[in-house]
Design a protein around this ligand. Sequence first.
Ligand SMILES: [Zn+2]
Ligand SMILES: [Zn+2]
Length: 575
Amino acid sequence: MLSNTEIAKKLLEIRTLMEMAGESFYKYMAYEKAAASVENAPPLRDLVAAGEHLKLPGVGKSIGAAIEQLVTSGGAEQLDLLYQRFPPSLIEVLGVSGIGTKTAAMLFTEYGIASLADLEAAIAAGTLTSVPRLGSKTIENWKRGILAYKGRQRRTPLPQALAIARQVVAHLQAGPPLERLAFAGSLRRAEVTVGDIDIVCTSQHAADVIGHFAQWPRAEAVLAEGPTKASIWLSGGLQIDLRVLPDHLYGNLLQHFTGSREHNIKLREYAVRRNLRVSENGILNLENGEVITCTDEEGVYAALGMQFIPPELRSGLDEIELARARTLPVLIQSADLRGDFHMHTTWSDGDDTLEAMTAAAAARGYEYHAISDHSRGRARRFGMGADELRRQREEIAAASARYGIRTLQASEVDILPDGSLDLDDDVLAELDVVVASVHTATSQSREQMTERLIRACQNRYVTILGHPTGRRFDSSRGYEFDYDAVFAAAARTGTALEIDGQAARLDLPAPLARLAKSYGVTLALDSDAHRTGDLAAIEFAVGQARRAGLGKADVLNARSLDDVLAFVARKRNAA
Ligand SMILES: [Zn+2]
Ligand SMILES: [Zn+2]
């Protein structure tokens, strides 16, 4: 069955195709309005069943009928009729900047271009150069537009995007003077993957800043360059947009460009009910015509009578309701972290020595950290058995004393295919903390994997389930299991779930961390560092935790060492 969002998408598709078909503005805009109210409505299947969908704002008889058909069959008569005129694949052509509905309709009816691939082929073949209305400049622009469109379809993992964004910022800071600078968009919201990088800044020298930006040596192409805005393109398919904002509108614009789209739609709808119209140009009071502009984002939310909403929470879920009631969670921050439970050394597959990792953890200001080298594993050449762990303990005591940090001994112990662990209980009992992870037999069925993870949680020595979904950006989609069953087991057994901040992982991702919290699970934010420089990856775990709405109380390593040890002991001593 289609979700509200999917139904809204279909309504927008109808809207677009109607515009292509030359229907009147009022007719097709009605579908756009209906789509917006559908997105914010209770589940449509319930509304339709009760005949209540006709009460939604902007939903009249014919749109109501389309909604009903979409709910019951997933399709709509009207959409089918439109498909007879224009193929659905034509819509992606509209993603190319510079191509509107009229042009798309013309390309299809006159040249048979039905998709982006058709358009690319026609450009490559030179077919379109003979079209009188199309100059060579237009076609050049389309080529760039296609490049940009494809880039938008591809998403870049957050850690990778952030590394690039920081390089651009370094380049910008070496240029004409800037006043304020911030990331916007999905990067600022700490989404696991980003479509493009948005950077906003203020400066007295907008044109110079733009010119300097466009000359970044790493830019493959300049997609657009205007007086206050430019877009560049990197090889590998990442677009970077820079906007130089007027200072008096900085708050409004930063809010606007941070999104998400869903959040901004909800915010605007809420504002309209209070007779306010929110846009990037300020907040217009519809009663007296006054426009409120804000130099900072706090001002925008304050003007709407709500708490400031941290960017990571702007997902269009319940954040606006919570901000109005002033009950937003106080989110965990990096400064709240007192330690890190997951890091490797040369004792297993880490690049740096135990001593170096301990020094680096102490330099981060931690009160404690855990060395969690891999257990030996059946197929592993390296790793820790009982003897190695005993010898490592002496090294830990020495390093811990030298750097004035409490170094805990842990193991990242493999969860074997049947859910038992790679080290015996009497060996685990000697450790301060145990991180248990799946690294092998990842293609098990969902049922087997669910059983396996639950069994691991049931082991009294397992403190933390490491990178619970096993997914990696570079290689693995991860394994499937019943999240509800495993999270409930973690809560019941007092097992923490990890948010692994390693750049290739970000696991658990925010939506699952949110689900885990709803089961009352404690989360551990870790770096899973294999070298000193990667301890900072814990920041990515913090980002996901914030997106999940986690506060200090939800996070194991925001607690004092005594409280952590009590958490471990509580599970070990439970009957
Ligand atoms: Zn691991
Ligand atoms: Zn690890």
